[in-house]
Design a protein around this ligand. Structure first.
Ligand SMILES: Nc1ncnc2c1ncn2[C@@H]1O[C@H](COS(=O)(=O)NC(=O)[C@@H](N)CO)[C@@H](O)[C@H]1O
Length: 427
């Protein structure tokens, strides 16, 4: 959410941001509604002020035993309270409408963000690693996982419907190994490990930016104010709602973990093979709450990205980084980079990580503030990046490290988390 004063005084910049982000919000209508709220607010406040003045006059008239005048004032007072009683519900309704519209206003993208319509317009900014050159007929992740008895989709679909899966054998161990590997590396950097609720209340999704717009992607728990999170990011943002942190407590650096649940509405027929796009997965998440300073946010954005690169390089996976364009980045982001790992079977890079910074767009929605060095209360800045999301990461991991004999090499960095195992071999 943006500050209303900012929208009033930077209307063109906000309209441009909405245009660039394919956001249909009508800023003129919002400002018209805002003007109605402000003027109605003034009317109610004036009426209240008159009421106060009147009550003093009533007391004065009573003191002077001027019954005539006192009754006149009392009658005026009655008219005023009638007027206020009629205006207040309308004011409350217009304020709620204005708030709901404010939630739909996008953040202003950083000038370094490429202008574009969708992911095809994202701009590659870095490549790392040698793509494997297989001297044998390489298999895709699903064939490999089936041959190595690492997955059971049929029975999972029987239990949970489409886009479900079970990880078996080495894949089940790989997932936990990867989660631990990510937790270890980030804890060593001083990030606080935290395993957060995967169910959260409505306000956490509003604060994070998933509601109201992305509601169709979220599973709801019938009859309760509880929804399944699509990312630990939602729970961490919600944790700090309405808090005022001390400057010396910042930055908060979390390495979070949660199962993630996503409806994937609108992706029918996309990535239906294997485990690329599923309804439930596990993710280790990097999350930062820092002071409200652009340069500080950019520093953390760069650190979060470097952390993920370190993990991917340790897994020996070729990847590239793309600067996500305005049309693909979503409402809340100021800047966003996706990391895409090489998937040999598709002969292209596929997204495995997403790194974003928001300035105070989330903090304003979740009302997360801090008292700065001068004692001024300000909204914090928030950022997040994927550390490891599985089973998505298993796809490049298994495909890139497959061997001519059908085995899969486990990268050195991961072996300590796999009981020292070096290869996954067919039985
Ligand atoms: N439906 C899905 N199936 C499998 N993996 C997914 C799915 N949706 C997202 N992911 C994985 O989770 C990563 C992060 O998801 S994201 O929506 O892009 N970004 C976030 O959730 C942020 N909180 C950063 O992690 C993706 O890059 C991808 O690796």
């Amino acid at each position: 959410m943006l500050d209303l004063t900012f929208i009033r005084t930077n209307t063109d910049a906000v309209k441009e941001a909405a245009r660039l982000k394919n956001n249909p919000i009508d800023i003129n209508a919002l400002l018209e509604l805002d003007r109605r709220v402000v003027s109605l607010q003034q009317e109610v406040e004036e009426a209240r002020a008159q009421q106060n003045a009147l009550s003093k006059k009533i007391q004065q008239a009573a003191k002077e035993k001027n019954v005539e005048l006192r009754n006149q004032y009392i009658a005026q007072g009655k008219q005023l309270s009638e007027a206020i009683k009629e205006k207040e519900p309308l004011l409350a309704q217009l304020q709620e409408e204005r708030y709901q519209q404010l939630l739909l206003v996008p953040n202003i993208p950083d000038p370094s963000t490429p202008v574009g319509k969708d992911e095809d317009d994202n701009v590659p900014i870095k490549y790392w690693g040698e793509k494997p050159n297989f001297a044998f007929p390489a298999l895709d992740h699903y064939d490999l996982m089936q041959k190595l008895e690492m997955v059971d989709i049929e029975r999972a679909v029987k239990v949970a419907g489409s886009r479900s899966y079970s990880l078996k054998g080495a894949a089940a161990r790989l997932e936990l190994a990867l989660m631990n590997f990510a937790f270890d590396r980030l804890s060593r950097k001083g990030y606080t490990p935290i395993i957060v609720p995967s169910m959260a209340r409505d306000f956490a999704f509003v604060g994070n930016g998933q509601f109201p717009k992305g509601r169709d992607q979220v599973y709801e728990i019938e009859g309760q104010d509880l929804f399944l999170v699509g990312t630990a990011e939602v729970s961490i943002t919600g944790m700090y709602k309405d808090e005022i942190l001390k400057a010396e407590e910042l930055p908060l650096t979390y390495v979070g973990y949660s199962p993630c649940f996503r409806q994937e509405a609108g992706t029918y027929g996309k990535d239906t093979r294997g485990v690329f796009r599923i309804h439930q997965f596990n993710k280790v998440e990097q999350y930062i709450i820092c002071e409200a300073d652009h340069a500080v946010s950019v520093q953390w954005f760069e650190e979060l990205e470097r952390n993920a690169e370190e993990l991917i390089q340790a897994l020996e996976l070729p990847y590239r980084i793309v600067n996500v364009c305005t049309g693909d980045m979503g409402d809340g982001k100021v800047g966003m980079h996706d990391i895409e790992c090489w998937v040999p079977s598709e002969n292209r890079y596929r997204e495995t990580h997403s790194c974003s910074y928001f300035h105070d767009w989330q903090a304003r929605r979740a009302n997360i503030r801090y008292r700065d060095a001068e004692g001024k209360v300000r909204f914090v800045h928030t950022l997040n990046n994927t550390a490891i999301a599985s089973p998505r990461i298993l796809i490049p991991l298994i495909e890139n490290h497959q061997q001519p004999d059908g085995s899969v090499r486990i990268p050195e960095a991961l072996r300590p988390y796999m009981g020292g195992q070096d290869y996954i071999r067919p039985r």
